[in-house]
Design a protein around this ligand. Structure first.
Ligand code: F6P
Length: 369
């Protein structure tokens, strides 16, 4: 066995699940136990399990045969032990005891030298706050949204792109048969990476993302232009966080209120109604929902999650805490959690994929002819 700074650590998955979590758990665990001889404690249901002390020792049988399995063998929750930044109280409490204190007690009771947390923005922000409380924490970036600061890519993203692209392909053929406009709504509240990549991969005619507020008239004009060129159908890919130019100009609270009162179940339905009323074309909506997060990881994500997992084990062994494993310029490295916390990686306006999409004629709803 190689020398290791950590003898025993806890591992948890927190936030929305995604394909590749089990592959990453397996990567961490195989390297940590097989190469460095560490003991591993699996914590159930994210930070919730750390607060409740719900944990059990993992043996090699637990992390064998899980590479291709969707979801997470550890369970997940959206528990956030620290209050939101805009709250006056910084630490949440339970039965009179603050949750970070409960976590610290359980970490010590379980004899853990360190924690490995697999999650998105919220999870890695909590990881940073726990590190500030004196715990040894390492983060791993997972999410289908690909919106974690400090890494070029997160695991789960490419599997979701594959699923969404296949769905767009299937909509294409039926849109063509019926001369319809097909709106497909994909996940992505704050960032439109999934809509952009699946939209480009599936040849979406219109892609609406939170980073580029849209003008409903510009979208309708583009669909009519296609019709005048003999293309009787269109595919419109909408991220769930897409917003109109008017909404983007509003203060956040007002926009939220407006959305709550919107007479549509979600943004995809509103975009479809806007298109149908402006063009008179029959328009249908598909909301892909949780299908995007389920099932087996793609080969790309299996490889990425395995490399991220093994990199986390190496960070543990070297005692390099307070960091998140990351992909930077095609190499696996790590970044300080302090740089990741409270940030979101949205699509920059000069991103090459936006240029690519525009060069093949994709409309982002921002053109005023
Ligand atoms: O995992 C991120 C995400 O998929 C978002 O894109 C989506 O809005 C959110 O999770 C919804 O998840 P839940 O309903 O589990 O909170």
């Amino acid at each position: 066995m190689l020398k290791s700074a950590v003898k025993r650590f806890g591992i948890l998955t927190s936030g929305g699940d995604c394909p590749g979590l089990n592959a990453a758990i397996r990567g961490v665990a195989k390297a940590a136990s097989g190469v460095f001889g560490m003991e591993i404690v699996g914590i159930s249901n994210g930070y919730r399990g750390l607060i409740d002390g719900d944990a059990r020792e993992l043996s090699p049988d637990d992390f064998s045969g899980i590479l291709t399995r969707g979801g997470t063998i550890l369970g997940s929750s959206r528990e956030k032990p620290f209050k939101e930044p805009d709250s006056d109280v910084k630490k949440d409490s339970e039965a009179g005891q603050d949750k970070p204190e409960l976590i610290k007690e359980n970490v010590s009771r379980l004899g853990l030298d360190a924690l490995v947390v697999l999650g998105g923005n919220g999870t890695n922000t909590t990881a940073y706050l726990l590190a500030k409380e004196g715990l040894n924490v390492i983060g791993l970036p997972k999410t289908i949204d690909n919106d974690i600061w400090g890494t070029d890519v997160t695991f789960g993203f490419h599997s979701a792109v594959d699923i969404a692209t296949e769905s767009i392909d299937r909509l294409h053929s039926t849109a063509h048969s019926h001369n319809r406009v097909m709106v497909i709504e994909l996940m992505g509240h704050k960032a439109g990476w999934l809509a952009l990549y699946a939209g480009v991969a599936g040849g979406g005619d219109v892609i609406l993302i939170p980073e580029i507020p849209y003008d409903a008239a510009a979208v309708a004009r583009d669909i009519e232009r296609r019709r005048s060129e003999g293309k009787q159908f269109s595919i419109v890919v909408v991220a769930e966080g897409a917003m109109s130019k008017d909404e983007a100009a509003m203060p956040k609270k007002e926009r939220k209120r407006l959305r709550e009162r919107m007479p549509y179940p979600s943004i995809g339905y509103r975009v479809a109604a806007e298109i149908q009323s402006a063009t008179g074309m029959e328009t249908r909506v598909t909301v892909l929902g949780y299908l995007q997060r389920g099932g087996t990881p793609s080969p790309y994500d299996r490889v990425l999650a395995t490399s991220f997992g093994t990199a986390a084990a190496e960070l543990l062994a070297r005692g390099r805490f307070g960091r998140m494993v990351a992909m930077k310029d095609a190499s696996v490295s790590s970044v300080p959690l302090s740089e990741v916390a409270d940030r979101t990686k949205t699509i920059p306006f000069n991103h090459h994929m936006l240029d690519t999409a525009r060069l093949v004629g994709t409309c982002f709803g921002d053109e005023s002819l």
